[in-house]
Design a binder for this molecule. Structure first.
Ligand code: NAD
Length: 326
C-alpha cells in the first residue's frame, strides 16, 4: 500500500515525499504540477483536487493520505480557484478516500483559522475560537469541517494539523520568494501591496524607499514590531510524519510549528549583517502582527521537538544568499 501525498510538488509536500522515500516507503504524489521525485517507489497523479476522476486515480491503493496541497492566495481575483482547490478539492478527496477504505487522513490546516494575527488570547492554543478573517482562512476552516465530518461518520482516522507559517530556510533571504521576499525586502513588499490593491499601504512603503534595495521592518500603527512564528519545513516534516504514524494522533487537532515566535527587530538586524543592506522601519495602519502559538500539545502527545531555530535557518539562508551573489 502507498502513502498518498498531495501537494507533492510544493514546499512541504515535496520534502515529505523525500523523507518517506528515504524511509523506504511507497509514495504516490498528487499535484497540479508534475514533480521530479526520481525513485522506483514513487508514482504520481497530475491533476486538480476538485477533479473526481483524478482524485479516484490518486487515492487508489493508498493506505493513508497526507493532504498537504492547497492553493494559497490572498488576491480577490483568485477567490473561485481558492474555494475550488481547498474546499471542493478536499471534499472530493475525502469522499474518494472514504470509498477506497483509506485508514488515516492527515489534513494541513492553518493558523489563519483562529486567526493568529487577531488573537483573543495568547498563546494561541487549539481551543482558541475559530474566527477566520481571510477567505483563505475560511477555506481551511471549511476543510477542517469536512475532515471532521468524515471522522465522525466514517471509519477513517483523521488528524488535523494547524500549520505555522512555514519556510524553506533558503527562502528567508531571497527577495524573489513568495513569502519572505515581501516580508523582509522593501521593494518586493511594495509590489505585493500594489498587487493586492492596497495602494495606500504601498504609498507609505514607497515613501520610505532609500533609493536602493533595502530590508523592511514593518511595525503596527503604535510602532510595535511584528512578532510571529516562522517554522522550517524540515521541522514540519517531522510533525507530519508523527501525525501519520502515531496511534495517539487519531482524531486530534494539533498546532504544528516552532516553539518560539520570531522577534523581527532581532531578525532584521541579523539579516542586514549578512546582506549589508539598510533596514528601513515603516509603521503601517492597524494592529499589525504579534502572536505566540502554543505547540505544547503536539510536543506532549506526539513527542514533536523542533530543531531548526530561526538562527539556524538564517545560517542556511546566508549560505544561499552568498551563493546567489557569487
Ligand atoms: P505550496 O504552495 O508550496 O504547495 C502547495 C501545492 O499544492 C503546490 O505544489 C500546488 O501546485 C498544489 N496545488 C494547489 N492547488 C491545487 C489543485 N487545485 N490541485 C492540485 N494541486 C494543487 O504550499 P506549502 O507551503 O507546501 O503548504 C503546504 C500546506 O500547508 C498547504 O495546505 C498550505 O495551505 C498549508 N499552510 C502553509 C503555510 C506556509 O506558510 N507555507 C502556513 C499555513 C498552512
Amino acid at each position: 500500500m502507498a502513502i498518498l501525498v498531495t501537494g507533492s510538488s510544493g514546499r512541504v509536500g515535496s520534502s515529505v515525499v523525500k523523507a518517506l522515500l528515504a524511509r523506504g516507503k511507497i509514495v504516490h504524489g498528487f499535484d497540479a504540477r508534475a514533480s521530479r521525485h526520481a525513485s522506483a517507489n514513487y508514482s504520481e497523479t497530475v491533476g486538480s483536487f476538485d477533479d473526481p476522476q483524478r482524485c479516484a486515480a490518486a487515492v487508489d491503493g493508498a493506505s493513508a493520505i497526507l493532504h498537504l496541497g492547497a492553493f494559497m492566495s490572498w488576491k480577490p481575483e483568485d477567490r473561485d480557484l481558492l474555494f475550488a482547490a481547498n474546499v471542493e478539492g478536499t471534499r472530493r478527496l475525502l469522499e474518494a478516500a472514504s470509498e477506497a477504505g483509506v485508514q488515516r487522513f492527515v489534513f494541513a490546516s492553518s493558523g489563519e483559522v483562529y486567526p493568529e494575527n487577531l488573537p483573543a488570547f495568547l498563546p494561541v492554543t487549539e481551543s482558541h475560537p475559530l474566527n477566520p478573517t481571510s477567505p483563505y482562512g475560511l477555506t481551511k476552516l471549511l476543510g477542517e469541517e469536512l475532515v471532521q465530518f468524515h471522522g465522525r461518520t466514517g471509519k477513517m482516522e483523521i488528524v488535523i494539523l494547524r500549520f505555522s507559517h512555514t519556510q524553506d530556510a533558503k527562502e528567508l533571504l531571497d527577495p524573489d520568494s513568495f513569502f519572505s521576499g515581501p516580508r523582509f525586502f522593501l521593494r518586493p513588499r511594495i509590489r505585493q501591496q500594489e498587487a493586492l490593491g492596497n495602494h495606500a499601504v504601498a504609498a507609505v512603503l514607497r515613501a520610505a524607499d532609500p533609493g536602493q534595495e533595502a530590508h523592511v521592518l514593518v511595525r503596527n500603527e503604535n510602532s510595535r514590531p511584528y512578532r510571529m512564528h516562522i517554522t522550517d519545513t524540515r521541522d514540519m516534516v517531522q510533525g507530519i510524519l508523527l501525525a501519520l504514524e502515531k496511534p495517539e494522533a487519531a482524531g486530534e487537532v494539533f498546532n504544528l510549528g516552532a516553539t518560539e515566535p520570531v522577534d523581527f527587530v532581532e531578525l532584521l538586524r541579523d539579516m542586514a549583517e549578512v546582506t549589508g543592506l539598510p533596514v528601513v522601519s515603516v509603521d503601517l495602519p492597524g494592529a499589525g502582527v504579534c502572536y505566540e502559538t502554543s505547540n505544547e500539545k503536539i510536543r506532549h502527545v506526539l513527542g514533536f521537538e523542533p530543531e531548526w531555530t530561526i538562527k539556524r535557518m538564517l545560517n542556511d539562508a546566508a549560505m544561499a544568499w552568498r551563493e546567489r551573489a557569487a
